[in-house]
Design a protein around this ligand. Structure first.
Ligand SMILES: Nc1ncnc2c1ncn2[C@@H]1O[C@H](COP(=O)(O)OP(=O)(O)OP(=O)(O)O)[C@@H](O)[C@H]1O
Ligand SMILES: [Mg+2]
Length: 485
């Protein structure tokens, strides 16, 4: 739970007006973890509320007509930030109260425009309980919180956030880091929405060229002639309509990186012209006789199979080898399902920031549906879906009913539970599957047994083990720590 007391502790007063003592106690107990105890005031009736407050005030009460009437009479006059009244309050247990407070109070405290907030909320504890009681959510989000904050492989470099824990994405990120410093041309391949542009940005941001912005151009978005003038620029009067000189993207990318997106859509004749740029590092604006030297790094991307295009004479082989000095391939999301779990969480947090309504979790069956879907639109499709789910969410929990029909397919590849367990292992609470450590332990056990049987005579023990005496001594030295345990 975010800490109520962190910044605004002294400015907040929470009034609890609930007849049932045990409920009052539970709410106080939960709040105590976050709010200053002195600022929590339990009242028997709403009539006891003071007529004036200087502090930001929260009122939590049961759905009691008399109470609500009393409170509504004074709330317009005072600075009540949040007024929650709860039906069937006796249905709540501590777990629910924690969630209720998280859901209703934290969001107000964290709200940027706290000054303008006046908020009233009715909660039916029965419905609330039914919807929110789900231990999986808490477990998964704690794990993911851990993961996102303790894992260096998740690249949050210079304004580029690339999330993922699969070996696939880690390899890509590592490779991007490694190649960033050099000037080699890079070709990023992968299906649509896999994050090609994001990787291009990461490479540029990590490179020595990052003082200037990366210049991007979508080669598929322009007809051939226009693409040429966009890339190389033109002189005034070069063709009808060229009223002034225009700088091309290559000019703009001087001392920086140019990102040639959808390079597979570039015409063969333009490929020839680009070959020259790559070879000579110089450009010739249309209608100009002067050649300009440029210093640019070329990062290209495509979701097409260029090798296949070469075999059908749709792409030039020589050009392909020039742009593809270092290939980086982004596998589709369905081949790195563990990333889905991190991305769901990341997008939930990302979109929630723009929302008044906080979304605290996703139910286990909803999670399973998303985990097993094929994601042909890859990360972009997941991002768009999560935005919709968060924006339209009212209950604070994304459930199976919220997920559109098309995401339901019958294949069951993994369940959220197994993925969570795998995450635990990844976070290494997971020595259990560390092969090297375990092999060493087994080896040590056998060595110890041989030494025991041989009465401590190392030569004899080595013979039993099928080792040289010196190898055994080396191993004993190396495992010295374990042996003494
Ligand atoms: N690993 C990731 N972590 C966080 N966000 C991601 C990740 N991968 C992709 N995204 C997001 O998904 C969306 C699509 O990514 P991007 O535009 O880089 O994909 P692309 O491969 O260039 O797609 P296209 O081929 O359609 O141009 C972007 O909003 C991007 O921020
Ligand atoms: Mg792209």
């Amino acid at each position: 739970m975010n800490n109520i007391s962190q910044t605004k502790k002294n400015e907040i007063i929470v009034y609890i007006i609930i007849r049932q003592k045990d409920i009052c106690y539970k709410i106080r107990h939960v709040l105590k973890k976050t709010a200053d105890e002195k600022k929590m005031i339990t009242l028997k009736t709403a009539k006891d509320l003071p007529a004036k407050f200087n502090n930001d005030t929260y009122i939590i009460t049961e759905n009691n007509r008399a109470f609500i009437l009393e409170i509504s009479k004074i709330t317009p006059k005072i600075n009540v930030k949040l007024f929650v009244y709860i039906d069937n309050i006796h249905e709540l247990d501590e777990q629910d109260i924690i969630f209720l407070i998280k859901h209703n109070i934290d969001r107000i405290i964290n709200s940027k425009n706290i000054k303008d907030l006046k908020y009233e909320k009715f909660v039916d504890a029965k419905i609330f309980k039914k919807k929110h009681h789900n231990t999986f959510i808490d477990k998964a989000s704690t794990l993911l919180d851990d993961l996102c904050h303790n894992n260096d492989d998740i690249a949050e470099a210079d304004g580029v956030n690339i999330y993922g824990i699969s070996n696939h994405i880690k390899t890509v990120i590592k490779k991007a880091h490694r190649v960033a410093q050099g000037g080699s041309n890079i070709l990023i391949t992968g299906e649509s929405g896999t994050g090609k542009e994001l990787i291009a940005k990461l490479i540029h941001n990590q490179s020595k060229r990052n003082a200037n912005p990366m210049v991007s151009i979508n080669c598929g978005a322009f007809p051939e002639g226009l693409l040429e003038s966009e890339l190389f620029g033109y002189k005034k009067g070069a063709f009808t309509g060229a009223f002034t000189d225009k700088l091309g993207r290559f000019d703009l990318a001087d001392k920086s990186t140019i990102f040639l997106d959808e390079i597979g859509d570039m015409s063969l004749s333009l490929q020839v012209k680009l070959l020259r740029v790559i070879q000579e590092r110089e450009i010739e604006p249309i209608g100009s006789l002067k050649i300009k030297k440029i210093d640019v790094r070329i990062v290209s991307a495509t979701n097409k199979n260029l090798e296949d295009m070469i075999s059908r004479n749709l792409f030039r082989e020589d050009f392909y080898y020039r742009i593809n000095v270092i290939p980086i391939h982004l596998p589709p999301l369905r081949e790195r399902r563990t990333d889905i779990i991190v991305l769901i969480y990341y997008f939930m947090k990302k979109f929630e920031d723009f929302q008044d309504n906080k979304v605290y979790g996703i139910s286990e069956d909803a999670f399973n549906i998303l985990l097993n879907y094929d994601w042909n639109g890859n990360v972009r499709e997941l991002e768009n879906l999560m935005e919709m789910l968060v924006v339209l969410n009212e209950s604070g929990l994304i459930t199976i009913e919220d997920i559109p029909e098309k995401y339901f397919n019958n294949k069951r590849i993994e369940t959220a539970k197994t993925v969570t367990e795998n995450l635990e292992i990844l976070l290494n609470k997971g020595d259990a599957i560390n092969l090297k450590n375990n092999m060493e332990k087994i080896e040590m056990n056998i060595i110890n047994r041989a030494i025991k049987i041989s009465g401590g005579v190392k030569g004899k023990a080595a013979k039993m083990l099928g080792l040289n005496r010196t190898t055994l001594i080396e191993k004993l030295k190396r495992y010295g720590k374990h042996r003494n345990k």
